[in-house]
Design a protein around this ligand. Structure first.
Ligand code: KG4
Ligand code: ZN
Length: 351
């Protein structure tokens, strides 16, 4: 770590988790995440409740992040904050606080695109690690979250070429909706992962959706999972409970397969030999194993963020913030949160 690297505060409040991190360079000095348990009862995020919960938790989370990092307000040199995409009410809470801090402390404001945060999360390093991540541009990134499923060439910290993406549901949504059918709590992805470890992935088979290039579609598989469950229940009424582990393993296998297949296609068609995975679903143990096997077989340099930087977190917002600090790319105090973001930093091209 270079001693003169800037210390920044990063804030993420795009959905249902309030998160604040302190970074020196790419080293994460603290990364506090306050999970909003309230949504579990509803089986999904309730936007109005999420914004109210952010208002309650944001200041305590900022204070906790500073305390854990032993950094004081006066040490901060910049504030990075998620500008979007996400739930507008939730984004506004974090963004307004970031603007207030930027004004009060006279330090630059840096607006960050949440997805760019996920894609650059592999640059982050833990406090106890001395060397940097070793990751360099360009690299391929498989971004798999509750809102996105994309394969992107990360050409630089501010230049992204999307090669393919989902045309309907994200893979995270498909995990969560399948989990709901199995009466598992929200978010269901981690629970499917846990139960799948003890199940037979070949017990139930679901239809595959064939897509052009490296695009994805999960709505067909999702419907087919429901139909297969209904058919099976006619024969075996308690199957969802009694065969839970086999259902989880089979669902997980069918949702992860297109991710691995398209990643392989993208490696072959671009010739890029450096790969990262990011986003909440990159915590999935089966995906991690499959991608690791692929990377070893194809002799690919492979980067995978530590588990704490896969689900939504402020440290990844800080990673983008650090690139912005290095390049003097600051934002105006009159800027605002945006539920959707279009940017000329993003280019779309099918392969
Ligand atoms: O990146 P993230 O925290 O939030 C968004 O930006 O959307 O991703 C959340 C998604 C949820 O759908 C959650 O079920 C899924 O990531 N997820 C997982 C696992 N951990 C989180 N899906 C499958 N296996 C996991 N271990
Ligand atoms: Zn996310």
């Amino acid at each position: 770590m270079i001693d003169k690297e800037p210390i920044i505060l990063a804030i993420e409040s795009s959905c249902d988790d309030t998160s604040v991190a302190v970074l020196k360079g790419f080293k994460v000095l603290s990364n506090c995440v306050h999970n909003q348990e309230i949504h579990r009862t509803f089986g999904g995020v309730v936007p109005e409740m999420a914004s109210r919960a952010h208002i309650q938790s944001i200041v305590p989370t900022v204070l906790a992040a500073l305390k854990n990092s032993k950094v004081e307000f006066s040490h901060l040199e910049g504030i990075a904050v998620t500008q979007g995409p996400g739930l507008l009410g939730s984004l506004l809470v974090g963004h307004s606080l970031a603007k207030s801090l930027s004004l009060a402390l006279s330090i630059p404001l840096i607006n960050v695109n949440h997805i760019e945060g996920h894609m650059l999360s592999c640059f982050l390093i833990e406090t106890n690690v001395q060397e940097d991540s070793g990751l360099e541009f360009p690299y391929l990134c498989l971004t798999v979250s509750g809102g996105h499923t994309q394969i992107v060439i990360v050409k630089n910290w501010n230049y992204f070429e999307v090669l393919g993406q989902t045309l309907d549901d994200s893979v995270g949504e498909a995990f969560d909706k399948s989990a709901k059918l199995l009466s598992l709590d929200y978010p269901g992805g981690p629970l499917i992962d846990r139960h799948a470890k003890y199940g037979n992935p070949d017990r139930f088979a679901f239809s595959k959706t064939r897509m052009n290039g490296v695009n994805f579609s999960f709505s067909g598989i999702k419907t087919n999972i429901l139909q297969t469950m209904q058919k099976e229940r006619n024969i075996n009424p308690n199957t969802l409970k009694n065969d839970l582990e086999d259902w989880c393993a089979s669902i997980q296998k069918s949702l992860i397969a297109p991710l691995v297949l398209n990643t392989k296609k993208a490696i072959f068609s671009t010739g890029i030999k450096r790969l990262a995975i990011a986003g909440g679903v990159s915590a999935n143990s089966f995906l991690r194993d499959e991608i690791t096997t692929l990377a070893i077989k194809e002799n690919i340099e492979f980067y995978i963020p530590p588990l704490s930087y896969t689900m939504d977190n402020a440290a990844m917002i800080g990673a983008v913030g650090q690139f912005s600090m290095r390049n003097g790319a600051y934002d105006d105090i009159s800027s605002s949160a945006q539920a959707r973001i279009t940017s000329d930093k993003w280019k779309y091209s099918d392969i």
